[in-house]
Ligand binder design. Structure first.
Ligand code: AMP
Length: 144
């Protein structure tokens, strides 16, 4: 998908935001939602989206909306840091398929990095079941 495609209201994250698809939720306000990535690149990999937008990518988003989402990214990343005790935390965001974007609702990745543990490849690997993500999510939620 190019950088200028119109927003698809049936993308996976739109369905999660509307409650039509399940997610392992970490944090939610009227404006933002954070949940576990089901194809995690590391233990604790999670995502933050804005709930009240039809922004496909960074370029479509208002500055005010970006401020809200990045504030939530900082809060949830701090909880990942506290709950998972990683050695580093990567924040990532992709715009357009050539850049690696696979879901076309603006989102930020929070990816904890552990010494000696290589990250999984973006967009590869198998899904992790909700039951396996839940205890990880519980540790992150406890640090919020
Ligand atoms: P991106 O490739 O930057 O668009 O990121 C999309 C992310 O969403 C990937 O890391 C996927 O693993 C993740 N993902 C895809 N489907 C789901 C889902 N149903 N629930 C949670 N994460 C998902």
């Amino acid at each position: 998908m190019s950088l200028n495609e119109p927003y698809d209201r049936d993308n996976i994250f739109a369905k999660i935001i509307r409650g039509e698809m399940a997610c392992v939720k970490l944090y939610e306000t009227d404006d933002v939602l954070a949940f576990m990535d089901v194809f995690p690149q590391s233990k604790g990999h999670c995502l933050v989206v804005h709930k009240n937008t039809e922004a496909t990518n960074l370029f479509d988003m208002t500055t005010a909306g970006l401020a809200e989402i990045i504030g939530a990214v900082q809060k949830v990343a701090a909880a990942v840091k506290g709950g998972m005790k990683p050695d580093g935390v990567r924040i990532a965001q992709f715009n357009g398929a050539p850049a690696g974007q696979t879901v076309y609702h603006l989102h930020f990745h929070i990816i904890p990095v552990y010494d000696g543990e290589p990250l999984g490849q973006h967009g590869a690997g198998g899904p992790t079941a909700a039951e396996a993500l839940e205890p990880i999510a519980a540790a992150i939620r406890a640090a919020l």
